[in-house]
Design a protein around this ligand. Structure first.
Ligand code: PGA
Length: 244
């Protein structure tokens, strides 16, 4: 039986100010010794302030995106090495809000994932279909195509996949546990290499305390990427406690 450590990651997106530093103490007071791993991906402006307090509670720090480039004249961009320097363990790449809102292709996502690995960090590579693709019966095909073109060419010692159906993100709609499990099975089966049983596949898209238990009970769901509910320390702690 594969040993995969559950990961619950909070994606704060473009939310959070310095005044939200007390989120960490509030959250830490509500969680009961999680057996899995917890990560928080605040906006880049808060990474430095969050690094030490999160580390003191054994919570990993993550970035929400990075440049595919190592360094250079790229105004406004942040390299994976900079995220490593500030204390990150994880970097989300290929989130649908980057793919759709910033025209990021799977080829670019692959380069970003490779940059993350080169910096010694772990990429959380997001994939997910739009509603029209699901309704046309092409959800699995779409996601597996994204996966094939987003994975680092040379493989990786450690990477995480997040399946996030676009129609479930921030909408209050989630994939049912059966729908999600089916996709996770397909992703695992398609993952190249013999260690696919060790691959952690997170589900994301309107994960809340009231639906987390049934999703996390699925054999191929190894954690969650939580957006809106991660901003509330009570809701995020409830999800983490359900995963333990
Ligand atoms: P949500 O976001 O939980 O607010 O739907 C998830 C995500 O986009 O990672």
């Amino acid at each position: 039986m594969a040993q995969r450590r559950v990961l619950i990651a909070g994606n704060w997106k473009m939310h959070g100010m310095k005044a939200d530093l007390d989120w960490i103490a509030k959250f830490a007071a509500l969680v009961s010794a999680p057996s899995g791993e917890v990560a928080v991906c605040p906006p880049v402006t808060l990474l430095d302030a969050f690094a030490a307090p999160l580390a003191s509670h054994a919570i990993a720090l993550g970035g929400q995106d990075c440049s595919p480039e190592a360094s250079g004249a790229f105004t406004g961009d942040i390299s994976a090495a900079m995220l490593a320097d500030i204390g990150c363990t994880y970097v989300i790449v290929g989130h649908s809000e980057r793919r759709d809102g910033h025209g990021e292709t799977s080829a670019l996502v692959r380069r970003k994932a490779e940059a993350v690995i080169a910096a010694g960090l772990v990429p959380i590579i997001c994939v997910g279909e739009h509603l029209a693709e699901r309704e046309a019966g092409r959800a699995v095909e779409t996601v597996l195509d994204q996966l094939a073109h987003s994975l680092p060419e040379a493989g990786a010692a450690d990477l995480v996949i997040a399946y996030e159906p676009v129609w479930a993100i921030g909408t209050g709609r989630t994939a049912g546990p059966e729908e999600a499990q089916q996709m996770h099975t397909a992703i695992r089966a398609a993952f190249p290499g013999s260690d696919r049983h060790l691959l952690r596949i997170l589900y994301g898209g309107s994960v809340k305390p009231d639906n987390a238990a049934s999703l996390l009970a699925c054999p191929d769901i190894d954690g969650a990427l939580v957006g809106g509910a991660s901003l509330d320390p009570h809701q995020f702690a409830e999800i983490v406690n359900l995963a333990s």
